[in-house]
Design a binder for this molecule. Sequence first.
Ligand SMILES: NC(=O)C1=CN([C@@H]2O[C@H](COP(=O)(O)OP(=O)(O)OC[C@H]3O[C@@H](n4cnc5c(N)ncnc54)[C@H](O)[C@@H]3O)[C@@H](O)[C@H]2O)C=CC1
Ligand SMILES: O=C(CO)COP(=O)(O)O
Length: 349
Amino acid sequence: MPTAPPTAVLGAGSWGTALAISLARAGHPARLWARREEAAAEIARTRRNEAYLPGADVPRTVEVSSDLEAVVGGAAVWVVAVPSQSVRAVVAPLAGRIENETVIVSVAKGIETDTLLTTSAVLRDVLPAADAGRVGVLYGPSHAEEVAQERPTSVVAALPDPDTAAFVQDLFMTPSLRVYTNPDVVGVEVGGSVKNVMAVAAGMSDGLDLGDNAKAALVTRGLAEITRLGLALGADAHTFAGLAGLGDLVVTCFSRHSRNRAFGERVGRGETRAEALGHSTMVVEGVQTTASVRALARRHGVEMPITEAVWSILFDGLAPRDAVEALMTRSAAPETDPARGPAFDGTAA
Ligand SMILES: NC(=O)C1=CN([C@@H]2O[C@H](COP(=O)(O)OP(=O)(O)OC[C@H]3O[C@@H](n4cnc5c(N)ncnc54)[C@H](O)[C@@H]3O)[C@@H](O)[C@H]2O)C=CC1
Ligand SMILES: O=C(CO)COP(=O)(O)O
């Protein structure tokens, strides 16, 4: 029987490694690209990635390499699992390797700071030969540690072409990883990216010991901000009640695994941005995303007070406690206020 073409996972951090493991366990041929040759050799030899996903066994069927061209050669699907700000640089050298049928799925969550593009838009920009219907994202509440432990997880595959979305759904589906589809690519990307800003805010709330009421309000008003921005960018409001909206927001604001929440907690306790980032080599997407989201919101005339507060703390020296006071003493407003951007029903202000 002919073997199916492999899936190339680009990025051997926590998430790329967990996804390659999950694919291999499901019987799909998978390749894993690590940026550094020593890292690739170490994973290939020990079948472990202790730096990024301690304790998880990498099946022998996962081919690990630092040769990017070899990893994508003949692959039907590319899964882009590097930090969002490095997607362009990693994928650009592969522009000539696109084939008619290549499916490209970003699992990187963020907005590119220079262009304010979502990661699928970066991919379409840098890979003009790719079929745009086959470029999308796989997002949702999915900490790598739990996926590697085969704990029940649900995510959403968002690609414009419905057949390709169903193909990606089928590829990643396992008894412990349930995949839905959603044609609203931009909505899924806004939800999955902006939640990292809210995770930083939630961590600050934890660091300041503001309590459960404050955290619940942050999640709720954070979702209102995410929804307003999404609607301004053409998203479907229903997406934000889904896995890449509410789902990812909840997991990141409450999980002990969340790097963005943990970073925010340190800042809430008084560390500077640089000090809080210095505790781990793992990416904290929310920092750069805060700057991009603030710029995007301003460009589209959408009010995002929590994002503004997080930006002022991270980039302008505002004390977290003063940010809380400023948020709590804003002018009184109805819960859904069209003056602050597009309303929940999708009607523009
Ligand atoms: N860890 C998780 O549970 C999840 C992560 N994600 C997203 O996946 C993306 C990757 O995250 P993780 O794997 O967690 O990050 P990580 O910090 O665990 O690993 C990042 C990987 O990218 C590599 N890398 C760093 N800078 C690079 C560059 N400039 N060029 C090429 N490679 C570079 C690192 O060597 C490492 O292998 C992020 O956008 C994150 O938001 C999405 C869902 C779950
Ligand atoms: O996106 C994630 C879970 O869905 C990962 O979030 P953190 O980067 O905050 O750990």
